[in-house]
Design a protein around this ligand. Sequence first.
Ligand SMILES: [Zn+2]
Ligand SMILES: [Zn+2]
Length: 165
Amino acid sequence: MQLKGSCHCGCVHFTVRSAHPYPFNQCYCSICRKTAGGGGYAINLGADYSTLHVEGKKYISVYQAAISGPDTGEHIKSRGQRHFCKMCGSALWLWDPVWPNLVHPFASVIDTDLPVPPERTHMMLRSKPAWVEVQAGPKDQLFEGYPQESLAEWHLRLGIEDRNE
Ligand SMILES: [Zn+2]
Ligand SMILES: [Zn+2]
């Protein structure tokens, strides 16, 4: 489906096509939580980077978080490029050069009506502060770190991939 999104102040508008538009993937990591998730988590979607069309590019800034390296624990720059509006601060999407064909818009800036997910994934729970209570439905999956299942595999398993994309 075609997704339309915008930041809060309206300087940035974008469209992108997505075969995986269900907003099911709740990430509680500190980066998502602090930059895009006031309620304790952010939700990102899977979309096709080659179809991303942006108006207001000059208002976009990119944040690459400092994270601990997997081997040494030293601080390195995250590959993930978090795009946000520098006028109003809205988190827009994440793009990672390791998966250059994908882009991950945050559900919070999508203006198109999104489908309601039949179940949800709660991930990076080890980064969650105690005050954030996980509100898990009976079919939801909980992960301390990253799940094995990708956004695309989740849609495939539930048979709700948008095959026209
Ligand atoms: Zn803005
Ligand atoms: Zn996260």
